[in-house]
Design a protein around this ligand. Structure first.
Ligand code: HEC
Length: 199
């Protein structure tokens, strides 16, 4: 019985520790993971966890794809936690308190400003319009995905007007994310989502 209690105690503290670690992950690491790493690792739901053994190969792999040659041990550890969350829960992760407004859009960009990952929050089933205004008139790709990795909008925007409107429809009440990818640095000025009444 004592043994069982001890095991349960260890189990619950490791679970708590894991949850805390997830909450400590910086917004920056989440944005990098959900753009640069997700390209290949998105939707890996094997439930087979990966442990950081500190191997040279893994850290070179992470350095290369995060485009950060001075990457800290802490950031590498955060990427392992994010990859394991994806594998285990089969969901996208962003910090709960990460909410965009018109003044903090840059904090959802990677350091090169070529990728963005913006949490749109909970959207209810329905029709929406998305407005994007950018400083530059570079072409870029826009995607909207649910936290379960379902795709709802996937378009390439050609060089044209700087303020653009896109319509999209979602069929589930869940959390959604906006992903932007551009070949050249792109600065977002406005991002707006509005529910469209179809009645
Ligand atoms: C071009 C595709 C690609 C990109 C981008 C990429 N990876 Fe990988 N990664 C792979 C492949 C392929 C493997 C080996 C197969 C596997 O385990 O999934 C791998 C393996 C790994 C492993 C070891 C996994 C295991 O189960 O042993 C880790 C950790 C990892 N990647 C983290 C990252 C992180 C963090 C990033 C972003 C900074 C990243 N990867 C970007 C393709 C990629």
């Amino acid at each position: 019985m004592k043994k069982l209690i001890a095991t349960l105690f260890i189990l619950s503290t490791t679970l708590l520790y894991a949850a805390e670690k997830l909450e400590e992950i910086t917004l920056n690491s989440c944005v990098t993971f959900n753009t640069l790493c997700a390209k290949c690792h998105e939707g890996q739901c094997s439930r087979r966890l990966t442990f950081n053994t500190g191997s040279e190969a893994a850290s070179n792999h992470i350095k290369r794809y995060s485009e950060d040659s001075d990457i800290s041990k802490k950031t590498v550890e955060e990427f392992f936690t994010l990859l394991n969350f994806m594998k285990k829960e089969c969901l996208l992760y962003m910090p709960q308190n990460a909410k965009y407004n018109q003044n903090n859009l840059a904090s959802f960009a990677t350091s090169t400003y070529k990728e963005y990952f913006i949490p749109l929050g909970l959207l209810k089933k329905g029709d929406y319009s998305l407005w994007i205004k950018t400083q530059e008139d570079n072409p870029f790709d826009v995607k909207i995905i649910s936290k379960e990795f379902d795709s709802y909008l996937d378009i390439s925007v050609c060089q044209s007007l700087k303020k653009r409107e896109f319509g999209f429809k979602v069929d589930e009440d869940t959390d959604y994310f906006l992903r932007i990818k551009s070949k050249k640095p792109l600065h977002l000025e406005i991002l707006e989502i509005k529910e469209v009444s179809t009645k």
